[in-house]
Structure formats: C-alpha cells, structure tokens
Design a protein around this ligand. Structure first.
Ligand code: ATP
Ligand code: MG
Length: 155
C-alpha cells in the first residue's frame, strides 16, 4: 500500500464525476451528502478510488430506473465511516454471504445481463482488509443495498 493523507471529499467528487454518464444512461441520481470542509484520511488513494468506483458502479448497475445511489460520511472520531446506499434490486439473504467471493454473481437474469466478472467486490474487500479496516453490507430484495466501510482519519 502507498499510504498518504488526502481529502476524501475530493476523491468522492472525482468518482461521481466519472460515473455520472453511466448513471445518466440508467436515469439514476448520484447523491453525495457532501461535507463543507475537507475530510482527510490516511489510505492508499488509488486503491480507495477503486473501492469507491466499484461500489458506486454496482449501485448504478443493480439500481432501478430513476433510482439513486447515495454516499454519506459518518464521523467516528478516529475513523471515518463511509456509506454507499442504493434503492436498487437488492440481494437475497442466501446470496449475501457470498458476494465478496471471487467470481460470485447473483444468478438472476438481471445481474447477468449487466455484464461483469464478479471480481469487483472481492477486490474491494481485499483492499479494505489490507488497510486493516472493515466493510459490511445490508440488503433487502427489491428495496436496496447499503455498503459501509471505515477509513483511518488523518490529523
Ligand atoms: P465486476 O464488478 O467484476 O464488474 P460484478 O459487479 O458482477 O462484476 P461484484 O461487484 O463482485 O461483481 O458483485 C458481485 C455480485 O453481487 C453482482 O454480480 C451482483 O449480483 C451483486 N451485487 C453487488 N452489488 C450490488 C448492489 N449494489 N445491488 C444489488 N446486487 C449487487
Ligand atoms: Mg461490480
């Protein structure tokens, strides 16, 4: 890892800008509860960029038309908690424990037709764990999915 201090607000701005076209195509709103001030974290910027890109892209791919993907920060003193929430198709209880496995894709025609390798979330988890941080997921079929992960704040 190449750990450095950087403004996570700026990184999220960049990810949203890059994913905006894909979101527009699917008529999905990208929302960001954007803090006024910079939020400095200590992490590998490139790798965390990959994490955010994967999570936002999934929210779009598995979102519903006219839905949303929303990024929110929660300040936890030493850590920043990042939430990526969508109101998309959701993930069945029986699939949920396996989505971080390599090549695992929910076997729904819907997920198949979106294309992809099933590697995204395994890479995401690997990157978060390499930072000694955690990632969690909550989902409800037909309601949506929420991923949360932590990052170390920098002083
Ligand atoms: P890749 O990311 O490699 O292009 P992928 O998106 O299919 O392919 P993952 O990102 O690893 O692979 O996700 C694994 C599976 O988990 C997906 O195929 C999809 O079935 C399910 N999934 C992931 N994110 C969501 C989400 N936000 N809403 C609903 N299902 C999801
Ligand atoms: Mg993916």
């Amino acid at each position: 890892l190449r750990v450095e201090s950087f403004d996570f607000v700026k990184l999220v701005d960049d990810v949203i800008e890059m994913e905006q076209m894909m979101a527009n195509e699917r008529k999905i709103q990208l929302l960001f509860e954007r803090p006024e001030k910079p939020v400095k974290v200590r992490a590998d910027k490139k790798r965390i960029m990959e994490v955010m890109t994967n999570l936002v892209a999934n929210g779009i791919k598995y979102g519903r038309q006219k839905g949303f993907v929303k990024v929110t920060f929660y300040d936890l003193k030493d850590h920043l908690m990042v939430e990526v929430m969508d109101n998309g198709i959701g993930i069945d209880k029986s699939d949920l424990p396996r989505i971080f496995e390599r090549f695992y894709r929910v076997d729904k025609s819907r997920s198949r037709e979106q294309g992809g390798t099933g590697l995204g979330l395994s890479i995401v988890k690997h990157i978060i764990e390499a930072h000694k941080q955690t990632i969690n997921v909550k989902s409800e079929v037909d309601e949506g999915t929420t991923f949360t992960f932590t990052l170390e704040k920098s002083k």
